[in-house]
Write a new protein. Structure first.
Length: 104
């Protein structure tokens, strides 16, 4: 085998290797594109779920605030009623004390 044949053989081998490498790179590019599309889909799903959760959370927040406002109103009312009851008891005791004085 002369030098020219050796060089031609080496060039042919290099060409085959380059073709194989190109094929591998094409396969990797396809995989990367596929993975990229899948990741984008997952991000879209996550974004949608986050938006749904945010809406649900806002509704729960409003509901909780409404309930807390009602509890606050109920406590204010009970405090008022307790004060009124204490006042009535005071008047009844005073009246009872006066009546006892007149009875003796």
């Amino acid at each position: 085998m002369n030098n020219e044949e050796k060089i031609l053989n080496l060039l042919t081998q290099m060409q085959v290797q380059m073709n194989d490498m190109q094929s591998q790179m094409d396969n990797l590019e396809t995989k990367v594109d596929s993975n990229h599309q899948e990741i984008l889909l997952r991000f879209d799903k996550l974004e949608n779920q986050f938006q749904e959760l945010e809406g649900s959370n806002a509704a729960n927040h409003v509901s909780t605030n409404t309930k807390l406002n009602k509890i606050s109103d109920d406590l204010d009312f009970l405090t008022h009623k307790e004060f009124q009851t204490e006042k009535e008891m005071f008047h009844l005791k005073r009246k009872l004390t006066k009546q006892r004085k007149y009875i003796k």
